[in-house]
Design a protein. Structure first.
Length: 134
């Protein structure tokens, strides 16, 4: 059994990968903001998509007992390259997740970034606090 206040190694590794995924989405958000046309609404669809997923992933990490910190500056990459990396990381993480609600969240992220079909109903239930990961 794990010590109180200490995460099991598998859970800690999952939290680390989720944190890296969230960082990638946050970096995409900054790239989307940089690409916004001056004088126009900063809430462009790309920025809104990224902002939504930064929040969802932060909530998931916190509900699992992790913490989120400041995000590093985005890499010297295009938004398409950053989003492709997020999609690749999310797809790689899916087979490692056993909980159905967390799989639904990651599947919805994959769909939002151009992957498989979304599972929006479980995501909405989770966002409303009726389904708690873990």
């Amino acid at each position: 059994a794990a010590e109180p206040g200490r995460l099991q190694p598998e859970r800690a590794a999952l939290l680390d990968r989720l944190a890296r995924l969230r960082t990638g989405v946050a970096q995409g958000l900054e790239l989307a903001r940089r690409a916004a046309v001056p004088g126009h609404d900063q809430a462009a669809p790309g920025a809104m998509l990224h902002a939504r997923w930064v929040v969802i992933l932060a909530q998931l990490i916190e509900r699992m007992g992790g913490t989120t910190g400041a995000d590093p500056a985005p890499p010297e990459a295009t938004l398409l390259e950053a989003d492709a990396a997020v999609l690749r990381d999310a797809k790689a993480l899916l087979p490692l997740v056993a909980e159905d609600d967390m799989r639904a969240i990651l599947s919805a992220l994959v769909a939002a970034f151009g992957g498989a079909s979304p599972h929006e109903a479980p995501l909405q239930l989770w966002s409303a606090g009726r389904v708690v990961p873990g």
